[in-house]
Design a binder for this molecule. Structure first.
Ligand code: CAA
Length: 397
């Protein structure tokens, strides 16, 4: 679909009473229970298990998963609104919510068998267990089809034996289950990738070093090493060789989540900046009276609202795809690209407006800036999003 067709279809969904109620509930929870602990967890890097468990009890760890599998049975917009509110309080929490919801649960719900859903979706969607998604390897990041890890079918045909090293696994240090992408047929390149559901408490699953990160420091990220890990054949998701397409389909959903995370960070930085511009006095009045501050406020606000429209439009496209089966790759990539670059712009300007206070750890502004940075990298860099958008528009592969 080309650009003008997209814009003709860009239906922006209105928020229903149910959405508004959810938004209020998540906002209250996030501001009361998450915002006050954000700085402490940022400093310590400690995983916020207690608040994550509470969000699980509220239905926020499986928002789009049907109730019969432990989820809240809501739509993509509900997920985006939740992500925005959680990220506004603390981006680390929203990273954990995002991977659990739109990478792990979304994949299980869409591609899992009934038995896989019963065993591996219900406990994660209800927040009892934590799920992770594992595609990246030390030598395979943006070029996701080139992984070196291997899964080899045993002689009896009952198990695949997995060996290799995966990196940058969000929630890797704490995950109970991992959706793993690895090579079963290396000669077939991306068509040789298969997806498996992995239990973390089995022999051969080794949690590697935890990454010391610039931002989202309380969302634990680690390597996972597989040493002769045996996974039963019934834990393959989809058919052998379907893995790359599953990984890409799932990332389309995930990118709406990261766009929403970026939106939440940008909104938090923007609201703090407006308040500061009203209160901070210089040259005989509040700094907001100066045109150079006003220009920043106007540009921040405009980009934030444009991001919101792209995110809502991507949510609508994803909802439509549930009936039409059409991909919403371009809408998701545009939302992620624009929202993550907006978050960088807004958090940078927020520091400028706050001056020295923006650079100090006494205020959360510097954390917003550090947290925003990852949104231009994970789940596909800005460069990859531009490539995806342009290739689709030009009809290239
Ligand atoms: N949905 C469904 N199928 C898709 C797809 C999508 N969005 N994108 C591609 N495919 C299919 C293609 O149709 C093609 O299928 P056929 O061979 O049957 O025609 C196949 O996948 C290969 O497609 P390409 O030739 O386009 O593949 P490519 O090797 O050129 O790579 C890419 C495409 C877009 C660059 C992809 O590799 C990509 O998105 N890279 C970025 C990976 C990424 O986002 N990594 C982040 C991992 S998660 C993370 O960040 C950590 C975390 O825990 C949060």
């Amino acid at each position: 679909m080309v650009a003008h067709e997209l814009s003709q279809q860009a239906l922006i969904p209105a928020l229903s009473d149910e959405h508004l109620e959810l938004q209020r509930m998540v906002r209250n929870f996030a501001q009361k229970e998450i915002a006050p602990i954000a700085t402490e967890h940022d400093e310590s890097g400690e995983f916020p298990l207690e608040t994550i468990k509470k969000m699980g009890a509220m239905g926020l760890m499986g928002i789009e998963v049907p109730e019969e599998y432990g989820g809240a049975g809501m739509d993509t917009l509900a997920y985006a609104l939740t992500m925005i509110e959680v990220a506004k309080a603390d981006a680390s929490h929203s990273t954990i919510v995002s991977v659990n919801n739109s990478l792990y649960c979304f994949a299980l719900n869409k591609f899992g068998t009934e038995a896989q859903k019963q065993k591996y979706l219900t406990p994660v969607a209800s927040g009892e267990k934590i799920g992770a998604y594992s595609l990246t390897e030390p030598m395979s990041g943006s070029d996701a089809g080139t992984m070196e890890s291997r899964a080899v079918l045993n002689a009896a045909g009952t198990h695949y034996v997995i060996n290799g090293r995966k990196s940058w696994v969000t929630s890797g240090p704490v995950a109970d289950y991992v959706l793993l992408f690895t090579m079963t047929d290396p000669d077939r390149k991306h068509k040789g990738v298969s997806a498996f559901l992995i239990e973390a408490d089995k022999p051969g699953f080794i949690r590697g070093k935890k990454e010391p990160k610039l931002g989202i420091r309380a969302s634990a990220t680690s390597e996972i090493v597989y040493e002769n890990y045996e996974v039963p054949v019934e834990n393959m998701m989809g058919e052998r060789g379907d893995g790359f397409k599953i990984a890409m389909t799932v990332l389309d959903a995930g990118r709406i989540g990261i766009a929403s995370q970026a939106q939440g960070i940008a909104e938090a930085a923007y609201e703090a900046s407006v308040q500061y511009a009203r209160e901070r006095q210089a040259f005989g009045g509040p700094i907001g009276q100066f045109q150079m501050i006003q220009q920043k406020i106007a540009d921040m606000k405009t980009r934030i609202e444009a991001s919101r429209l792209l995110i809502y439009s991507a949510c609508a496209a994803k909802e439509r795809s549930k009936t039409t089966g059409e991909r919403y790759t371009v809408e998701a990539s545009m939302a992620k690209l624009f929202a993550s670059e907006t978050a960088m712009f807004v958090t940078d300007e927020a520091i400028q407006i706050h001056g020295g206070m923006g650079y100090s750890k006494e205020m959360p502004i510097e954390r917003y800036y550090r947290d925003a940075r990852i949104t231009r990298i994970y789940e596909g860099t800005s460069e990859i999003q531009r490539m995806v958008i342009a290739r689709n528009e030009l009809g290239l592969r």
